[in-house]
Design a binder for this molecule. Structure first.
Ligand code: COA
Length: 337
């Protein structure tokens, strides 16, 4: 845990982009042996969005659309950006990274651009990275995008039902800028991992390179997400509250001092357990998984954008961003607005 540097940092704006196609739980009932009731009861998810590659929807275009909305709302233009970070675990191709393509499409002037791969923690890790680089004085205006298309790595069939019902495709973005008030910006942050839990949630690409000896490479297609749901659930319900407590401790704050908990949306039950543990009022911990599913690196900016466009984020407030996911990874980012 540490705080940022000499300069203040502000999150100026947000933007989102969603694929056109909505896939409801009822739609999934016709594709696999599942029910709306099973999905809703265990996860809180009612629908998710899914890209149609034939319509040109991909990681690059979805990320770019979210970025365009964020920079327009910030009142900046492409050339104002000096760094672009894209959090994604589903780039369109291994190289180039998604960030330089988005930076180019926005018309930046040779802005630094790189992807950051930390699954569902990717957006929080990117916020912390950007805040440190702005706070140190190295960069001034930074675009952070979170975009993931998990529909590429799940199978919409009974065989794939334990993962395909959970995930959705989306992009979200924020524009961050250096400011003269050093009180604004990061109050505390954490970026953590435990590769010992990597096999709980992974996408094998090569049968000779499986992470888990117990996983049969023939039993399920390569390039599809393998998840040990109950282990992930246990990891999340134990780690998530600890992360909140450690971040509050690092900032010398109590749970009531936080105005908004902006959390990764992986399961409504996991969020509810954390909310009850700290007695957080429901209006301080927004849950929108019912409409989007788990959108990985996009889930946190989707929540933030809802709060932002409803004008619920106000100057002087404290906002804690929290993410956890594959890797295993988990992290927090506590901001003074
Ligand atoms: N529809 C109907 N039945 C399903 C199903 C689906 N979509 N997916 C799995 N099932 C079945 C299983 O095959 C199993 O059947 P069996 O008892 O006959 O073997 C049964 O439902 C129970 O499966 P289980 O995996 O034990 O369910 P669960 O109560 O643990 O709930 C999750 C599954 C995925 C909802 C839950 O484990 C979870 O939320 N884990 C965390 C996942 C997560 O957050 N991942 C992302 C982290 S960023």
């Amino acid at each position: 845990m540490s705080t940022s540097g000499a300069f203040g940092v502000q999150i100026l704006s947000s933007g989102v982009a969603l694929p056109q196609r909505v896939v409801t739980n009822r739609d999934l009932e016709s594709l696999m042996d599942t029910t709306d009731e099973w999905i809703t009861k265990r996860t809180g998810i009612r629908q998710r969005y899914s890209v149609d590659p034939a319509k040109g929807e991909n990681t690059r275009t979805l990320g770019l659309n979210a970025a365009k909305q964020a920079i327009e709302r910030a009142g900046v233009t492409g050339p104002d950006l000096d760094l672009v970070i894209v959090a994604t675990m589903t780039p369109d191709m291994p190289t180039p990274a998604t960030a330089p393509l988005i930076a180019h499409a926005l018309g930046t002037n040779d802005a630094g651009a790189f992807d950051l791969s930390a699954a569902c923690s990717g957006f929080v890790f990117s916020l912390n990275t950007a805040a440190a680089l702005i706070g140190s004085g190295a960069y001034s205006t930074v675009l952070v995008v979170g975009v993931d298309l998990l529909s590429r790595h799940v199978e919409f069939s009974t065989r794939g039902r334990s993962t395909s019902v959970l995930f959705g495709d989306a992009a979200g973005a924020v524009v961050m800028r250096r400011c003269t008030d050093p009180a604004k910006g990061l109050l505390a942050q954490a970026m953590c991992s435990d590769g010992g839990g990597a096999t709980h949630l992974y996408i094998p690409c090569d049968k000779d390179n499986m992470l888990c000896e117990d996983d049969d490479p023939e039993a399920f297609p390569l390039d599809q997400l393998r998840m040990h749901g109950q282990q992930v659930f246990r990891f999340a319900v134990s780690k998530f509250p600890n992360l909140i407590a450690e971040t509050l401790d690092a900032a010398g704050l109590g749970p009531n001092d936080i105005d908004h908990y902006v959390c990764h949306q992986s399961n409504a039950r996991i969020l509810e357990a954390a909310r009850q543990r700290f007695d957080i009022p429901t209006e301080k911990l927004r849950v929108n998984i019912d409409r989007y599913g788990n959108t990985v690196a996009a889930s946190i900016p989707l929540v933030f954008d809802e709060l932002n466009t409803e004008h619920l984020i106000k100057p002087g407030q404290k906002v804690m961003f929290l993410g956890f996911g594959a890797g295993l990874t988990w992290g927090s980012s506590l901001w003074q607005f």
